[in-house]
Write a protein that binds this ligand. Structure first.
Ligand SMILES: Nc1ncnc2c1ncn2[C@@H]1O[C@H](COP(=O)(O)OP(=O)(O)O)[C@@H](O)[C@H]1O
Ligand SMILES: [Mg+2]
Length: 499
């Protein structure tokens, strides 16, 4: 076997740096053809997916890769203050176009920004840009004129003919140090209000139209974006807490006190079910959710889920936003032995609107699959970023180890293991040794050295104690032996992969 076994194409490669890594993340998944195909279909058709299989075979990788096919989110979700009943904020869905339009309106209310020399001199003086003595212009933060040193902000002499800008201030002798000056200007035979505002070293000019838009915006009920338009369509929820999964309303120590407290709508926090709206909600080890699986089912059926305060002691408990949208694709993962603990209506929901997939644990040992293994090694090295590439004859050793593990763990002949997380560990350990030995490439000897230490601990135990049972018997304390604790140990012993 060895090199001679490999096909022509990569016999010529010196090392893994020449291996092409696919752009599409689903193509980076090795040996899970069915899962990859179904993931592609599920993401385009918006179907749910249940991935069943042992750890480290690519379930998370596939779920994550699905977002490659998911279009960018088109909706933004906000909670809006309800003035009649603050503890029942509304939600509001804004389309991309609406969000864009609001942004434009927002920048339109910025008004026109001009140089202080472009506004009437008296305005520039009142805003603190122009020295009324010598006419020199400087920024308002300088209280004295840099040219003639006279103070810029003087107490105006009260004058009944005080200009239209500052009649009141002038009458009471208030210094003409203003952030804002309101005036009027004639356009044809129409007179319009015009406001000049300080804006760093410039002046902002706001006309009727801009002021009107501002007023309109201010009249709008205040709101908070809880699901922004620009978001990752892939949301990971691993054994998540209830609040993380379903959202919450934060506690307000001032209990919504009108002056000190915050409005209920400001304290609303979305859950993973909402964050994955229009995207993928990935729940690893779904059975760890226990009873929470019911809420997931409800969210899937309704495509919406209320957000309420989940701590009954908290001031948030009385706050609720009803029917917050959560239209997600559920990708759930679990081990074979946990399958029975999935809430059965949830499972039938997935089967009814999606697919259940059993992950593979091995692939046949063929030249093509060895090439895929090589791709896997290159991917691991790339992703790690801290280790050099691997010589092809060294990679063959990794492949041989994959073959050995398929035999030891899965009892398959002529196969390569797909428990690739563990094998990725071997690649990294070899890489670390190459770095340690100042080698620019991972050589055979580094893999051989790593193999000595990089056995699964169960295999090490078997070497040392003969078998797992003997190890447990000799190491368990008396109290462990007498307790149910032992049951956990037996779970491992019963694992067929280590018999
Ligand atoms: N089928 C595979 N193809 C390529 N790499 C894999 C595969 N399975 C696992 N890996 C590697 O192992 C890591 C862990 O895999 P992961 O998808 O988290 O496994 P799981 O979710 O099944 O426990 C991945 O990030 C990847 O580096
Ligand atoms: Mg995982």
């Amino acid at each position: 076997m060895g090199i001679a076994y490999l096909n022509q194409d990569w016999k010529n490669l010196a090392d893994t740096s020449a291996v092409k890594i696919p752009q599409n993340p689903l193509d980076r998944v090795i040996g899970q053809e069915e899962a990859v195909r179904m993931a592609g279909i599920a993401s385009r058709q918006r179907r749910h997916l249940l991935l069943v299989g042992p750890p480290g075979v690519g379930k998370s990788m596939i779920a994550q890769a699905m977002s490659f096919y998911i279009p960018r989110p088109k909706e933004e979700i906000r909670v809006v203050h309800n003035p009649q009943y603050p503890e029942r904020p509304f939600f509001e869905v804004k389309t991309q176009a609406e969000v864009l339009q609001e942004k434009e309106e927002g920048s339109a209310i910025e008004g026109e920004v001009v140089d202080p020399r472009a506004v009437p001199q008296s305005v520039a003086e009142r805003l603190g840009y122009r020295c009324s003595k010598c006419g020199f212009y400087s920024i308002f933060t300088e209280s004295a004129c840099p040219q003639c040193s006279s103070p810029k902000f003087q107490v105006n002499s009260p004058s009944p003919f005080g200009d239209v800008f500052n009649v009141l201030g002038a009458a009471f002798g208030v210094p003409s140090n203003q952030e804002k000056v309101t005036s009027t200007r004639k356009i044809g035979d129409r007179e319009e209000i015009i406001v000049y505002e300080r804006y760093n070293d410039k002046v902002r000019v706001l006309n009727d139209k801009v002021l009107e838009r501002r007023r309109k915006l201010e009249k709008r009920s205040p709101s908070k974006v809880i699901i922004p338009l620009d978001r990752n369509p892939f949301v990971l929820a691993t054994g998540a807490s209830e609040t993380e999964l379903l959202g919450d309303v934060r506690h307000d120590p001032y209990g919504g006190h009108p002056q000190l407290g915050t409005y209920p709508y400001e304290r609303v926090i979305a859950g993973s079910v909402h964050e994955s709206h229009e995207g993928v909600l990935f729940i690893d080890e779904i059975t760890h959710l226990g009873q929470l699986q019911r809420q997931i089912l409800t969210a899937m059926q309704e495509k919406s889920f209320p957000i309420t305060g989940r701590n009954p002691q908290s001031a948030g408990a009385s706050v609720r936003v009803d029917k917050v949208p959560c239209d997600f694709i559920l990708v759930a993962a679990c081990n074979i032995q946990d399958l029975q603990h999935i809430l059965s209506p949830l499972r039938s929901r997935i089967v009814g609107g999606g697919y259940e997939i059993l992950m593979q644990t091995t692939i046949e040992d063929t030249p093509e699959n060895r090439m895929r293994y090589l791709q896997f090694i290159a991917q691991e090295i790339n992703a790690d970023g801290k280790i050099p590439h691997m010589a092809v004859d060294a990679a063959v050793l990794v492949i041989e180890e994959g073959r050995r593990r398929a035999k030891v763990q899965e009892n398959r002949e002529n196969a390569l293991t797909l428990r690739l997380r563990e094998l990725g560990g071997l690649v990294r350990a070899s890489g670390d040794l190459a770095v340690y030995h100042d080698s620019a490439i991972i050589e055979k000897e580094h893999v051989l050295e790593a193999l000595k230490t990089y056995l699964p601990v169960e295999e090490k135990i078997k070497k040392q104690y003969g078998n797992m049972g003997a190890a447990v018997a000799s190491e368990a304390t008396d109290s462990q032996k007498s307790q149910e604790y032992m049951f956990n140990y037996h779970n491992h012993i019963d694992d067929p992969s280590y018999q």
